[in-house]
Structure formats: structure tokens, C-alpha cells
Design a binder for this molecule. Structure first.
Ligand SMILES: *Cc1c(COP(=O)(O)O)cnc(C)c1O
Length: 411
């Protein structure tokens, strides 16, 4: 683009330049040309940095910030975050490779998740990554592998608490769960751990995710820390790490209000002081995925066809749920609601056209936005889905219908 650019306004933290949304300062049509086509995911490096800065500003300085790699495992994103956060949490050996390649020290990395294979356990122990144990059987396997490698596995106990994080989109604790060790079984596990050649690291207690209410997050953190204090009395050694999960949500849908991070930070300051008094060797760890990267990413696809069927207008795109399952409402949502969308090259035009934006798959599930009012779009225009930096590409069934997978760029 030649001549002076007009900086119109911003949309969800991204600049708007000459009527076009800009990611990392690059207007979308130019970014699409650089990528070589649509669809693609684009993540804004600066917005990720800003988000970590915001967390650092509001959370007490003694809290360690860990990034849950599964939210967005793109190697460039993980590499960028390696210089910003204090640790990584992993859910597979594949993520472990990306995390170690980034230069994050192994003693700042933990590996959670049910069903870790012998191969994965062995790789993690060899790397010096801490295991978040999900069962008594996993402890036995880890100890045996440690013996055969001549290494002492580092292990924390992932606890399935006897309470739930209220208001979470996805509940991961409380009741009968495949995750973690039921709290009532933890004392036995700790006793067994003392008999084995395994280094006790601490506790990992993750109650759920996508919570937008500070009061509920604070309450869950309070309960989590109290539980850790009780369990610490039975521990075979000092608690070195206390991972209290995260659960910080981001606003996806109309009416969602952002989490009051300052209020969460205030609650955590009190807890951090108690933890350093009662568990002086413990790093207090907050583990976040979507809150760090979710709002820094967009999914971009192109309008292929504009068609009217029985008075309803459809924008048919080259994208779809095979790239972005969550936007179609099929990734953990109970009721499908629209993610925020825009016509990325018509940001300054009046929103006066009510359309449904669909993907290119032959299934009625393939909806990107249902009955949204946007500026009038034509074939060739760019559809943007906001809030797409977490659980996007890697949480989608990319093989479905055999289209090629979209590119990802960090700008
Ligand atoms: C998925 C997961 C997270 C991240 O959840 P977000 O909602 O993305 O913050 C954190 N901890 C564990 C154990 C997880 O499985």
C-alpha cells in the first residue's frame, strides 16, 4: 500500500489500518498475500507479550506463571512465550519436544494428563521434566522406568479435589474423573512414594477452565490452597511446587464480561503470603492457556460465494469447522453461540447486512457465524473470527473431508 495510512481505530486490541484489520501491524489483505492464500491463523506477538505483562502487573510477584502448551502449541508461539513465562505445562511427548526446543529449562516444565505411555514417561524422566502423576499405577511405572534409566523421576501428585470450580466451561475436577488422584487416595499414594526412589515435587490441583467470574476463581483458589496445606502434612518431603491451576476465562460470546484480573490478583496476594509462610520451599504456580493466547489470535478465511436461500443470505467461505471446531460450537459448548466475527477488509463500512457465514464442508454443523449483522461482503472478502488464539487449529478435525490444513503465522 502506498501513501499515508489511515489508522482508524482498533478492534479487540488489533489495529485497523485503511479499513483493514491489522495483525502485528500488517493489514489482512497483505498478510493473506504473504501467507500465500487463505485460510490461515494469525497470532499477534505483541498482544501475547501485552497479556503476559498484564498478568505480571496484577498477580503477586512471587507467583510463577506457567503456560499450558496445549492451548496453542505452534512452535513459534511456544518459543516466544519461553522468554516471557516461568514454565510450561505439557500434555504429550510431542508438546515436550516443542517445549524443550524452546530452551525452557526442564526443571520448569511439568507433564500432566491421563494415559501417559511408558514411552512418554521414559522420555519425560530422561529429560528431567516433572511428572504430574495421574494414578497409583503411573507412580509404579515411573519408579520402574527411573530405576532402569538410573535417574530419579521428579513427580508431583495431581489431585482430583472434592469440590468443583463453579461456573467453569469445562469441569476437570470434583466427582468421578479420569484426571488426577482422588483426594481421599492421595495419603496412600504419598506413603508409597516415600518407599520408592522418586523425588516428591508437590501438588497439582486443577479445578476447571474458562471461568469469567473473579469471585469464583478466588474461591476455588482458596479451597485449592487449603487442600494443599492439608495434604502437605502427609507428604514425604517439602512441597517444592504447588500448581493451583488457572481457569481464567476469556469473553467469547455477546454478554460475556472479561474476568476482573485485579480482583483475582488481590485474592492471590493473600494466598501467596500464606503459602510462603507455611510451605516456604514451594513455588506457587498458576497455569494458564487460553487466557495467555486466546485473544491474540484470529482465524481468517475468504468468501467464495454469496448466495440466498429462501430469503436467508449465506456467505460461503473456504474455511470451516475442519480448521476451527470451536467456532462451530462443537468443542465443549452446550449451546452454539457466535464467536465475534468481522469482515476484515471492510472494518470501516456500516454493519447493515444480516448473513450466516458457513464453511465449505457438506455438513449442517459447519457454521462459522449464524445470523450476524456485518458490513456487506462479496466473494474475495476476508472473514475474521476473533478469540481464536487458543484451541483452534490443533483442536480441530483437519482430516475431515480431506482439505489442506491452514497455515499459522506469528506476526
Ligand atoms: C487444559 C489445561 C489447562 C489450560 O486451560 P485453559 O482454559 O486453556 O487455561 C491448564 N491446566 C491443565 C492441567 C489443563 O489440562
Amino acid at each position: 500500500m502506498k501513501g499515508a495510512r489511515r489508522h482508524d481505530h482498533s478492534a479487540r486490541g488489533f489495529a485497523v489500518v485503511d479499513g483493514c484489520l491489522a495483525i502485528g501491524g500488517v493489514p489482512l489483505p497483505r498478510l493473506a498475500a504473504r501467507v500465500g492464500g487463505t485460510p490461515f491463523y494469525a497470532y499477534d506477538r505483541h498482544l501475547i507479550t501485552e497479556r503476559v505483562d498484564l498478568l505480571r502487573h496484577h498477580l503477586p510477584p512471587t507467583v510463577h506463571l506457567s503456560y499450558a502448551v496445549k492451548a496453542n502449541p505452534m512452535p513459534a508461539v511456544v518459543q516466544h512465550l519461553a522468554g516471557l513465562v516461568d514454565g510450561f505445562d505439557l500434555a504429550s511427548a510431542g508438546e515436550m519436544k516443542t517445549a524443550l526446543d524452546s530452551g525452557m529449562p526442564a526443571d520448569r516444565i511439568s507433564f500432566a494428563g491421563p494415559g501417559k505411555t511408558e514411552q512418554e514417561l521414559s522420555q519425560a524422566i530422561a529429560a528431567g521434566v516433572a511428572l504430574n502423576l495421574e494414578s497409583a499405577a503411573e507412580l509404579e511405572t515411573a519408579a520402574r522406568i527411573g530405576d532402569s534409566l538410573g535417574l530419579r523421576p521428579r513427580a508431583a501428585v495431581r489431585v482430583n479435589p472434592d469440590f468443583e470450580l463453579k461456573g467453569s466451561g469445562m469441569r476437570m475436577g470434583g466427582g468421578a474423573k479420569p484426571f488426577g488422584v482422588d483426594v481421599e487416595r492421595v495419603p496412600d499414594l504419598l506413603r508409597r512414594m516415600a518407599e520408592l526412589d522418586v523425588a516428591f515435587e508437590g501438588f497439582h490441583i486443577f479445578g476447571g477452565s474458562q471461568n469469567l467470574l473473579a469471585e469464583q476463581v478466588r474461591e476455588a483458589q482458596r479451597h485449592t490452597v487449603d487442600l494443599a496445606f492439608r495434604l502437605a502434612e502427609r507428604a514425604p518431603g517439602p512441597v517444592r511446587g504447588l500448581n493451583i491451576g488457572g481457569g481464567f476465562g476469556i469473553p467469547y460470546f455477546p454478554g460475556d464480561a472479561p474476568l476482573d484480573l485485579a480482583a483475582v490478583g488481590e485474592g492471590l496476594a493473600g494466598l501467596a503470603a500464606e503459602v510462603s509462610a507455611r510451605l516456604p520451599e514451594a513455588r506457587l504456580i498458576v497455569e494458564l492457556g487460553r487466557y495467555v493466547v486466546g485473544e491474540a489470535g484470529v482465524y481468517v478465511c475468504r468468501v467464495i460465494d454469496r448466495k440466498v436461500s429462501r430469503n436467508q443470505t449465506f456467505l460461503v467461505t473456504d474455511g470451516g469447522l475442519h480448521h476451527h471446531l470451536a467456532v462451530s460450537g462443537n468443542f465443549g459448548q452446550v449451546v452454539r453461540r457466535n464467536y465475534p466475527v468481522a469482515i476484515g477488509n471492510r472494518m470501516a463500512a456500516p454493519a447493515d447486512d444480516t448473513v450466516s457465514v458457513v464453511g465449505c464442508l457438506c455438513t449442517p454443523l459447519d457454521i462459522l457465524a449464524d445470523a450476524v449483522t456485518v458490513p456487506r461482503a462479496e466473494p474475495g472478502d476476508l472473514i475474521v473470527v476473533f478469540q481464536s488464539g487458543a484451541y483452534g487449529l490443533t483442536a480441530s478435525p483437519t482430516a475431515f473431508l480431506g482439505h489442506k490444513a491452514p497455515d499459522e503465522v506469528l506476526v
